[in-house]
Design a protein around this ligand. Structure first.
Ligand SMILES: Cc1cc2nc3c(=O)[nH]c(=O)nc-3n(C[C@H](O)[C@H](O)[C@H](O)COP(=O)(O)OP(=O)(O)OC[C@H]3O[C@@H](n4cnc5c(N)ncnc54)[C@H](O)[C@@H]3O)c2cc1C
Length: 380
């Protein structure tokens, strides 16, 4: 019997298992070994609000603003984690540019910028001339941008590997390839039934299983509307240092950045699809072409680079906000699912989840993140 079982070995699960081990708890980490956002993501450290979402879903603005303070803190936590791991994960807070192509969109960004400044973010507007000085690699199509100093990038392959090594050094049992089909609550323990017929007994459980969390909560009768969203990524061959910032578009789906070794990582939410008997995330040709065309439109030198690789990964969506805390139906089971830009939020969400589990102060008000909101909504 383990004291705490963490289901899901993505960024949240790994950081959470690490925090619990550091607090002297007996913790076991279980992961099915596929379909993660953590192993597929682009390594962008996002802080500023997405202009496109604000325009598309104005009703969500209060939620987005309420979650905003998490993001600069999340970027700070990544810095601390990198230092603590003693690993070079290519973390650079070199600033993030949200670019736009029209005067109308520039004005919308400027309004967003004023609101974010009032909420404490380090943001400023750059017109075309100012942008030419700080980001000469941007093409003529770009009219202006909002610069957020706290944004940046890291290399997820290095960060994930450093975390795995750290967990190993701490002796945390980490079972990869172990998929939990359902959770059964009996009086003295929680029984984790594996798809291979195995049963693990745990005193408490944390669902850090990304899009898989909903089905596990469902096995206990708790509604948790996590949805798996397959997304496309591209990476170019290496080139000389060109792009300093994290670059994203205010109105269109694109993020891009350059890794330390020179490759340009291009993503931004273009769709992939599930295929095959195991619903494996699979690339779509239309996304490959669309994503690269837009990248070249924003940063023309990208057009001269060869595509090295494309892949697809699984993002998790719910209602855009974090889901943190105990299930009302079974308080021995907690949830730790990050909101939008979940890799950025991973270490912070893990430490908030650990605090809630251990009865400590999570540092932020977590009422609005409770899983109970979905039960309330389901009961009308
Ligand atoms: C292509 C792509 C690019 C992205 N780019 C960025 C970015 O640049 N910046 C950013 O901040 N965010 C980005 N994201 C989002 C980010 O990757 C995710 O939000 C984040 O990784 C979520 O971490 P997690 O630990 O909650 O879940 P995941 O990383 O999804 O991990 C969940 C784990 O749980 C396991 N699991 C699921 N069900 C079960 C089960 N029943 N039993 C056992 N194990 C189970 C899975 O195998 C998986 O390993 C991107 C996502 C994608 C797909």
């Amino acid at each position: 019997m383990t004291d705490i079982a963490v289901i899901g070995g993505g960024i949240v699960g790994m950081c959470l298992a690490r925090e619990l081990a550091m607090a002297g708890r007996d913790v076991t980490l279980l992961d099915s070994g596929h379909h993660a956002g953590t192993t597929a993501n682009a390594g962008s450290l996002h802080v500023q609000m997405q202009s496109r979402f604000l325009r598309m879903y104005p009703e969500l603005v209060p939620n987005l603003e309420a979650s905003l303070p998490l993001y600069p803190e999340a970027a700070r936590r990544w810095r601390l984690l990198a230092e603590d791991l003693g690993a070079d994960i290519e973390l650079r807070q070199s600033g993030g540019l949200m670019v736009c192509e029209t005067a109308e969109h520039y004005e919308f960004l400027a309004q967003k910028c004023r609101r974010e400044q009032a909420l404490g973010l380090q943001v400023e507007m750059l017109d075309r001339a100012a942008l030419r000085r700080v980001a000469p690699y941007l093409g003529d199509a770009v009219h202006g941008a909002e610069l957020c100093a706290e944004e940046g990038k890291l290399n997820p392959l290095l960060a994930n590997e450093a975390l795995r090594r750290d967990l190993q050094a701490r002796g945390v049992p980490y079972h990869i390839g172990h998929r939990i089909a359902r959770i059964e609550a009996v009086r003295e323990a929680l029984l984790l039934h594996g798809t291979d017929g195995s049963v693990i007994r745990a005193g408490r459980v944390v669902l850090a299983a990304g899009a898989g969390s909903g089905a596990l909560a469902g096995s206990l009768g708790a509604p948790l509307p996590t949805v798996a969203e397959p997304l496309h990524m591209n990476i170019t061959e290496a080139t000389a240092p060109l792009i300093l910032h994290l670059v994203q578009h205010a109105e269109r789906m694109i993020t891009l950045k350059q890794l330390a070794a020179g490759q340009v990582v291009i993503g931004g939410g273009w769709p992939a699809r599930f295929a095959g008997p195991q619903d494996f995330p699979t690339v779509e040709a239309a996304s490959l072409v669309g994503n690269l065309s837009l990248a070249q439109h924003i940063v023309p030198p990208i057009g001269g680079l060869r595509l090295l690789r494309s892949w697809a990964g699984v993002n998790t969506t719910a209602d855009g906000q974090c889901i943190l805390g105990p299930l009302p139906q079974e308080p021995r089971v907690h949830v730790a699912v990050p909101g939008d830009a979940g890799y950025t939020l991973g270490p912070l969400v893990a430490s908030m989840a650990a605090a809630l589990l251990l009865g400590r102060d999570p540092g932020f008000a977590t009422d609005r993140f409770t899983p109970a909101r979905f039960s309330r909504a389901a009961s009308g």
